[in-house]
Design a binder for this molecule. Sequence first.
Ligand SMILES: [Zn+2]
Ligand SMILES: [Zn+2]
Length: 431
Amino acid sequence: MASRFKWVFLAFLAVVAGHPERCAGELPGVRIGLLWGQEEVAFSGPAGVTIQRARSGKVVAWAPPGERWEIRAQRGAMRLIGGAGRDWSTTDRLRLLPPEGGVVTVYGVGGHWDGVTDRDYRGVIEVLLGAGRSLTVVNLIDTETYLRGVVPSEMPSAYPLAALQSQAVAARGQALIKAGRHRAAGFDLCRTEHCQVYGGATRESASSDQAVASTRGQVLEYEGRLADTLYSSNCGGHTVNNEDYWPDESPVPYLRAAPDFDEADLGVEFPLAEAELGQYLKYAPVVNCNQPRRAKASKFRWWSVMPSEELRESLASEVGDFGELLDVRVTDRAESGIVREVAVIGRQAVYKIRGGAAVRRGLGGSNSASFAIEPIGRREEPPIAFVVWGAGWGHQVGMCQVGAAGLAGEGWDYWHVLAKYYRGCDLVRRY
Ligand SMILES: [Zn+2]
Ligand SMILES: [Zn+2]
């Protein structure tokens, strides 16, 4: 590995030398959407907040430490309401700046597992009039500082360092490759799992900070191009081909289905016959992501009973009305075990749902698309419910986060973890 790093470092020097306008160590910036469609936004700063017009840079006010100020959308303009009766309107964007190294607190921002709360952000907060003349709140921040708020939001910071480092590299790649997908709304990436969960400075921790700093600028590339380092919580024992989950996509060479265990050790070899697969989905084989100490056991193996009426409604919202629900059958399964197609058999129509993503939606948001399904009820009568049991959590494409923690716990380095989940990619330093 040392030789690879040496090579990468030389490549990095060549890139820097070849582009004199770009200084070594210069960080790309990102715009993260924190809130949108708001009538009003409240903020404060533990060390005060400077309020600036974005276009001219003119300072219009200073909110003293701890004082709560508000911005309201009113008659096509933004109204700034502060202490001591300050009340001022503008249609320009407003920038909220903390003192050097400080934070701005934005009130009532959602997260993931920690719910809606007041959150601190580094960098600059921009408030603008968005769609429907409502307020949009954007965090302008450099990519590395952004990652300090992503890594511990996407992965428990108590995970081993090599897992956090793998997460940092994967998340950096996602930040760079997805930037701009929300451009029409005034930002690059949103703070939710749609892009990547970002909890701001509130979520930062020493271990995840170390993971970001020790992998600074590092990303994965495939044949010289930035790799789309998708990751999900738990693959259940086997990762999934990208095109089996998203059937409109072409196969991506490094997002191939692979066992998350040593096949010789486990004595299991995919693909499994349907009966064997039913057993595999029910029990908990010793694989990298079977980590009850590190993740909820229900992320690895799960089951649910869905009343027919409830399932009928969610399926109908995916495919259209089909009358009474008579059966749901798996009609195509990939070698990895993921359901590639189900047939929905209704009294008035039969529909097919293709691709793991659509199948999960049809089931009302199942934990994963690796599952088996059986009807319950009297013979010769429409079923009263369906029992669904499955493996894993999330899309199962790319890196398995809990599996990465398992491997890191066994002493794997992060570049070996990344090489396992993104085969054929090179670890390179972008900046
Ligand atoms: Zn998004
Ligand atoms: Zn896994």
